[in-house]
Write a new protein. Sequence first.
Length: 420
Amino acid sequence: MPLANRLRPKDLSEIVGQDHIIGEGKLLNNMLKNNFLPNLIFYGPPGTGKTTVAEIIAKEVKKKIYKLNATTSSTSEIKKVIESIGGLDSQNGILLCIDEIHNFNKKQQQTILEFIETGDITLIACTTENPYHNVFKAILSRSTILEFKQIDSDGIRKGLENAVKKIKEDSYIDFELEKSAIDEISFRTNGDMRSALNLLEVSIYSINSGEKVKIDEDYIKNIPVSTIMNSDASGDVHYDLLSAFQKSIRGSDIDASIHYLARLVHSGDLLSICRRLMVIASEDVGLAYPMAISIVKSCVDAARELGFPEARIPLAQAVVLLAGAPKSNSSYMAINNALRDLDEIEISDVPLHLKDAHYRGASDMGRGVEYKYPHDYKNSFYDQEYLPDSLREKKYYMPKDNKFEKAIDEYMKKIRRESK
């Protein structure tokens, strides 16, 4: 049996890293002490204890227990659970534990909805994906969502130290595991306890029989296992990375921006990086540095032409440029405010003098008759009304305090003064 399974905690007190929900006086701990078990959805990264906590709870309740894995289970298996309702062994109700529930489609999730509502089935579902994106809303509204956090380095170290004791009790192998090795395993597995235990097991059982070996940092580094980085290009974590990426550039933190770029490059999703950079060039830098979008477009085109791994180079150039550039969201806010008014304000017709007049009879209907051609006037400007009557006093574009937009603002004021 794999070490991770042999060391699976039997009690909530043995779980590491989730004190915010299972610690003394915390939500889940108190609910179990009060013998209250609502429908639960456990959400968090792999290897953080979701399935283990579900199994511990299952052992403590006096209900008929069924376990399904949505990756491999079918609708017929859900129906078998439903058919057992009311049986002699399920008089106290059924506890249905579903692992990876995000792999069930909407119809499969709906199958159990009626029985969750009546209380015949109590649900504990686990998922690595954001339940608000992947779980049927009617199930969400009837469940308590508990988020499991990535285990910090102290938690991983504690779990590894417990594992070393267990291995020394059960194994003939003579070894000494240095603190530096534990630190390296913790770093390489990035908050995933299952992976940390697996790497520990590999490192120990790769020792030649009969030798006493000192396992240190260098020994772990020589094991050909890549550092785990949760950056699945289709998962919720990936969108969190994209969000952190844009917010770091918006916040003018060049180092953080490059860090998140590296993690996105690691995921291999070139298209999402390119799209986000183009958006940032207009949304966050905008008119504070109008040339940014042209430069970024050139970098993005080069990245797409090159592909990985070379694409990282023009992408890094674009990121440093955007993060270090002055910022303005004035054009972004202008279009958002204009679009909002379309939904919230009754919009009157296009002013008559602006309507199309390129057809016979247009002037008879007053279309375009009063229009003044700006190029016939000084500075190619004539102060006439362009907005519909209902929006006459509206101002959507509000210039920011940067060199380019100040110049725009000063120029607009100048030509208006000179037109009077």
